[in-house]
Ligand binder design. Structure first.
Ligand SMILES: NC(=O)c1ccc[n+]([C@@H]2O[C@H](COP(=O)([O-])OP(=O)(O)OC[C@H]3O[C@@H](n4cnc5c(N)ncnc54)[C@H](OP(=O)(O)O)[C@@H]3O)[C@@H](O)[C@H]2O)c1
Length: 319
């Protein structure tokens, strides 16, 4: 995607857009840009009563995956669906297969409701051939979108960082609390991208008239060890970073999960990282430097543990 092929500034418009997860992480930054353009936004979510900064500019509706008729009714009249919906890992009744099927329900409802375009947030390294269920599931959703007949834009972020992000925050939290931090051995890399840049890339790419798939990656690439060391340095942690075989790292991560009552990192996420899936071969589209962002945010980073289970499972979901 060359920026010259894109319409750089959107015309003000009060068209209706749908954003899944408009009050949470990536979806909140996308929504803020749509609202700034004068668009009306409907949030589809499992947590319609979550606090948010949009006052009465954004209305919320439950996902209603089990009531597609209601879902159609709730999004009728929307032109574009920005989809961030996905699950990080299977848990309880929640599975990747269910997340793929729910997305197919959403696509079918969007078609019936008259939506014209799907703007979908995928992940770098999504592949139908992937042995990792997370990355294969994301590719199955991409395929469903490409086969759906909708106009589409698919954006594939690497690892997204920002004030509300769980992974970077929790690396810092562990670095603040423990004398050792184990990382899997190897020279695999990571190319973090700022959540605000992801939203800019998404909104800009969504204006392209052709269907497209683009990566969203930041301007700095680190080995994972370098990234953890950088976070340690910026928050003033003297924790020793110790490379260990992957299986040992996974055991330690599971143990830490028991300690904090959360799933800290999954096998899929760790193997995806070690397989270099969180870097892009494209020129970076993100402009925010992770190192500079750390300078500005190190004071608060990792002062509290952020729990994925708390965020998605333990807070009351109203469907
Ligand atoms: N964060 C990253 O580093 C990263 C990197 C690459 C790609 N991505 C992709 O970017 C998209 C947005 O990621 P994000 O981190 O910003 O996600 P998020 O805000 O945590 O969640 C996005 C949406 O998915 C729903 N969701 C998440 N977990 C769920 C669960 N267990 N059960 C039911 N619904 C669930 C949320 O529902 P509620 O509205 O009810 O909370 C929300 O609507 C995802 O598709 C993700 O795969 C993220």
């Amino acid at each position: 995607m060359s920026s010259s092929s894109l319409i750089a500034t959107a015309m003000p418009s009060n068209e209706l857009n749908v954003v899944t997860g408009a009050f949470l992480f990536t979806g909140k930054y996308i929504t803020s840009r749509l609202v700034a353009q004068g668009k009306r936004v409907i949030n589809l979510t499992g947590h319609p009563h979550r606090e948010h900064p949009f006052a009465d500019k954004v209305a919320s509706s439950p996902f209603n995956f089990d009531n597609p008729g209601k879902l159609v009714e709730n999004i009728r009249g929307a032109t574009t669906l920005y989809n961030t919906y996905w699950v990080r890992f299977p848990y309880g009744q929640v599975t990747f297969e269910q997340a793929v099927n729910n997305t197919k329900i959403l696509l079918k409802a969007a078609k019936e409701a008259g939506v014209k375009k799907i703007v979908h947030i995928s992940v770098s390294g999504a592949s139908l051939d992937s042995p990792l269920p997370y990355f294969r599931g994301k590719a199955l959703v991409e395929k469903a979108i490409m086969d759906s007949g909708f106009a589409y834009t698919i954006v594939r972020p690497t690892m997204t960082f920002g004030a509300e992000d769980i992974l970077t925050n929790n690396i810092a939290w562990f670095l603040r609390k423990f004398p050792f931090f184990a990382i899997p051995t190897g020279n695999y890399q990571i190319q973090p991208v700022f959540v605000g840049d992801v939203a800019d890339i998404v909104v800009l790419a969504s204006q392209e008239i052709h269907n497209m798939i683009v990566d969203a990656a930041g301007p700095e690439t680190y080995t994972f060890g370098e990234m953890v060391s950088l976070i340690a340095k910026k928050i003033g942690s003297r924790t020793m970073i110790v490379p260990v075989p992957s299986e040992i790292a996974l055991l330690l991560i599971k143990f830490l999960g028991l300690l904090v009552g959360d799933i800290v990192l999954t096998r899929d996420e760790m193997e995806g990282l070690v397989a270099n899936l969180l870097v892009s071969s494209d020129p970076p589209r993100g402009t925010t430097h992770f190192s500079q962002w750390l300078d500005q945010n190190s004071k608060n980073l990792g002062t509290h543990y952020s729990s994925e289970l708390e965020r998605h499972y333990r807070t009351v979901a109203k469907h």
